[in-house]
Design a protein around this ligand. Sequence first.
Ligand SMILES: NC(=O)c1ccc[n+]([C@@H]2O[C@H](COP(=O)([O-])OP(=O)(O)OC[C@H]3O[C@@H](n4cnc5c(N)ncnc54)[C@H](O)[C@@H]3O)[C@@H](O)[C@H]2O)c1
Length: 276
Amino acid sequence: MTNGAAVYQRLFDVRDSRVVVTGAASGLGFAMAEVLAECGARVTLADVDRERLESSTAALADLGLEARSVVVDVADEASVRALVEDVVAAEGGLDVVFANAGIASRPGFAVEGGQRLDTVDRADWDSVLGVNLNGVLHTLKHASAVMRRQGSGRIVVTSSNAGLRPEPEVCYGYVASKAAVINVVRQAALELAPHGVLVNAICPGPFKGTRIGGGVTEDPTPELEQMWARTVPLRRMADPDELKGLVLLLASPASSFMTGAAYLVDGGTLVLAGGA
Ligand SMILES: NC(=O)c1ccc[n+]([C@@H]2O[C@H](COP(=O)([O-])OP(=O)(O)OC[C@H]3O[C@@H](n4cnc5c(N)ncnc54)[C@H](O)[C@@H]3O)[C@@H](O)[C@H]2O)c1
């Protein structure tokens, strides 16, 4: 007679895994940190927003969960190197990294009619690519150096379904960066496979409870929610908790043969768009 609980536990066991989540102070990154800490991982929350990072880490402590925090600016390679060195010094290694920090370019999500090319501002474009693309490169580079030496590790990059098809409601820098990281993930997965390091991307659809749209997605108005819901076959925006199953899967032994892929959590949006 199989003990089902023991099987689940073995498949999804992340206890004592040394995890870093960037962009963990808010939204999807906080949900990632929370579920992994709840499941017994040793989580370091990393974010550029010091104040929010402190309050989010304290919120986990209030739940009786242990978590560390490190301030990082992923756009700055030296800052990411220091983050990885900090975690390795404190934890003795690095098993799982979620390269999740991201920003949307002005004017943010839900641009009525979409952004026009003649409104693309180069400084804005550069700042979005600096976080969403260069930040992923820095995180992959420094995390993989440790994992390669260990002969094991997992890196999960947060892309978007806006990386798989045009999405006029967000801006050019955003769709460019989110598409680019998917191919960077594929190439890194090829390079790192012989070293036992798995690299994947996740592609969320519209989630509320997040601050990326300059606040509009944190607690969206009914009109905004309806606008997004129309693009989703499930007819609603998602809650950050709905990402937790995939996060646990990609951090745990259950995903041991999964690398180089981009996983959608989008309520069927890409099917509707003809792009899945
Ligand atoms: N919310 C959605 O619907 C949605 C959909 C698809 C993809 N995403 C992606 O999910 C990821 C998380 O975003 P979110 O929606 O939770 O937004 P969020 O704004 O709630 O969280 C993003 C976090 O990243 C941090 N951050 C920003 N720049 C940083 C930097 N330079 N260095 C370190 N941290 C930095 C922010 O301070 C914030 O805490 C992003 O990559 C985003 O593009 C979000």
